[in-house]
Ligand binder design. Sequence first.
Ligand SMILES: *[C@@H]1O[C@H](CO)[C@@H](O)[C@H](O)[C@H]1NC(C)=O
Ligand SMILES: *[C@@H]1O[C@H](CO)[C@@H](O)[C@H](O)[C@H]1NC(C)=O
Ligand SMILES: *[C@@H]1O[C@H](CO)[C@@H](O)[C@H](O)[C@H]1NC(C)=O
Length: 519
Amino acid sequence: MNILTVLLLLSSLSCGAFGAKILAIFHFPCKSHHILGSTLLKNLAKKGHEVTMVSPFPFKEKIKNYKDLDITGMLEYKEKYIVPKLVSGHKASMYDKMTYSIKNAKEVAELFLNHPNYKQLLSEHFDLIILNWSMNEAFLGIAHHFQAPVIVFSSIGASQLTNKITRNPAPYSYVPNLFVTYPDDMNFIQRMSNAFWSISFTLVDHFINENVQQELLTKYFPKAPPLQTLVDNVSLILLNSHFAIEGARPYVPNMIQIGGFHVEKPKPLADDLKKFLDNASEGAILFSLGTNVKSSHLPKEKLEEIIKCFAKVNLKVIWKFEKQFFSQLPPNVLVNEWFPQTDILAHPNVKAFVTHGGRLSTIEALHYGVPIIGIPFFSDQESNVADSVNKGYGVRLGYEDLTSESLKNSLLEVTNNPMYRNNAKLRSDVLHDQPLAPLDMATYWVEYVMRHNGAFHLQCASNQLTWYQRILLDVIAFMLFIISSLILILYFTIRATYRFLKKLLSKKPKKTDLKKKKK
Ligand SMILES: *[C@@H]1O[C@H](CO)[C@@H](O)[C@H](O)[C@H]1NC(C)=O
Ligand SMILES: *[C@@H]1O[C@H](CO)[C@@H](O)[C@H](O)[C@H]1NC(C)=O
Ligand SMILES: *[C@@H]1O[C@H](CO)[C@@H](O)[C@H](O)[C@H]1NC(C)=O
């Protein structure tokens, strides 16, 4: 009896000491990206924290310590306003893309902030907020409401949107913007273009997006301080990236790279799939354009070209598409609406991955060292694919150029030229060689922020400086002033001396005059 109470007491004590209440907001209706948040949260729940996940994708099964809060209506919004733009998205101008994203982000944010399920949360208490960062700066008001430290999660890795929080140095000279497709070692023209787009983006973000967000903040959190104060109060940023994936770049101490954390250990394949792949001694490829682009969005001609190519190549093909669209398929093709993508990529017979170049797919390919053929559609896909080309583990195939012939050539190039596989393997090795598995690292840093009450000692002093102080414009201006003053002083001294000497010399002609007179 006594021992039992002691044990009970001990266990409740240990729970109280380590279990924190964590709120995560992954509100955007993007299923594949939901995996990122839920993987992190499930691991935190496993460690004894009580987590609440706010998203449009509640789990069907119950998970211990894990509570789902369904944000209904998001998916309908997406189907109506976002999806129709996806396939045609690659044709829009840069400015249209930016303003369109801002408009979407605002409408989605309002949908969220008015949602009854979200509102009912506000009376609870939370020790930490994890916020998916997607032009939703106003949501920092939620962290302010709970007076809790906030961790920003960036599913696309670092970008200007995250760098502005920590003032992370990302010089335009060697850190390409999300909108360009340049390698890190840019030539003169590329650096100029990168600088141009980066500055344009900063201006659009500052003058349009931040105003929109400030309005939202004032409207929904009237007691909150100005947006910038809340941005400066962000404790840490978790980046879905790694130098094996994006290349080496500088990061301040409160930006942590955890790219690859969502890839779970491969599970055994279903029997038919296993047989299909085991039997693919000639090699197999996986073809998937992600969760957003469906076969119903692709015109019939394109689908026919793809099938024509598959019939011609000596490769087994696993194709993630809606089956009902096809009457007849070549025998080497297996079609289904869903496949366990990472488990397939883990199979040694898989020689290449035809993908839309979404960030998760690219990371999963690298995780298993599989080279890619990228057919980008929108958002960061273009730059992910360009990156694979620049780093030599992928080729790009434009959607407009997609024919049976071009697809076949790309497939043969990637499966026959060992360079692609070697480069993918190299990055895979680097990605796996880490002191702590990325998911453990993410968990460690989340707990670290709570242990150190926001861990503000990780912040660089740069957030107390204005932008021109940060790039030392004031110091340069001062130096220029001193130097030009010195030059001016020197100039006037020389001029005065010269005039003085000239005056002295100009007396001499009188002597010669005298001489002349003497003659
Ligand atoms: C998280 O934010 C990214 C933008 O950085 C967005 O693309 C993604 O859909 C968001 N995911 C969720 C589940 O909110
Ligand atoms: C800043 O974050 C801390 C916790 O990390 C919180 O207690 C404080 O209220 C926040 N400040 C503002 C202005 O929200
Ligand atoms: C293996 O593949 C060949 C064609 O590549 C096919 O003829 C054979 O039936 C397949 N075997 C199994 C067990 O699927």
